[in-house]
Design a protein around this ligand. Sequence first.
Ligand code: 13P
Length: 251
Amino acid sequence: MRKNIVAGNWKMNTVLEEGVELANNVNSLLEGKTVNCDVIVCVPFTHLTSVNAVLNPECVALGAENCSEHAKGAYTGEVSASMVKSTGARYVILGHSERRQYFGENNEQLLAKTKIALENGLLPIFCVGEVLEQREDGSYNDVVKAQVEALFSLSAEDFGKIVIAYEPVWAIGTGKTATAEQAQEMHAHIRGVIAEKYGKEVADNTSILYGGSCKPGNAREIFAKPDVDGGLIGGAALKAEDFMGIIEAFN
Ligand code: 13P
């Protein structure tokens, strides 16, 4: 069956020393505790190796926030999936709305990134979600369906390795969360879209995380919904105690 997961996305925050301290704090809060979910921290490229050195892999897994769609070569400033993998990372966030919005990442590119991540043994956390206008004009189900369908040339085996994160763009960093009912409705829709293509078993085994102003105070209600398998956490992942509070929503 699918796993419950709480993943932090640090975005472009913390210099190296602060990042290592935060990772250390998360690690110490988790060591020796029994928690009912997998925990992942996704950190800036510059922090991967140093953060990997302080994490106990039995408590916290490491991820990156992006990778290149190219394998290697003359792509100045890019970081490849094999480079990410070589740091000890197991996961990579792909298709975050900030990458789609500010860096123009499109479905074709995101499919290429997903494929190369999988070829290199990384597990993608693939983000989908509508903007406010699409929520308001009622097109959100179709928008998110198309974002998920961008991956439908993958084999069932490869699709089965992907974690989906539903992050309504209007809820990211705004303090405005989707209601637990809105999250459940969309997660069930996404699972249905996956089931139509890959069958019920793959759909039932896919972890679908909610992201967008998730906090210790609202996580329990959202995670209690049957199709919500955890969260992708931005701001609240930058404070070890808050991140821990969200992890404990599964206890
Ligand atoms: P916030 O939790 O800060 O709203 O960010 C959510 C997010 O974008 C995680 O990827």
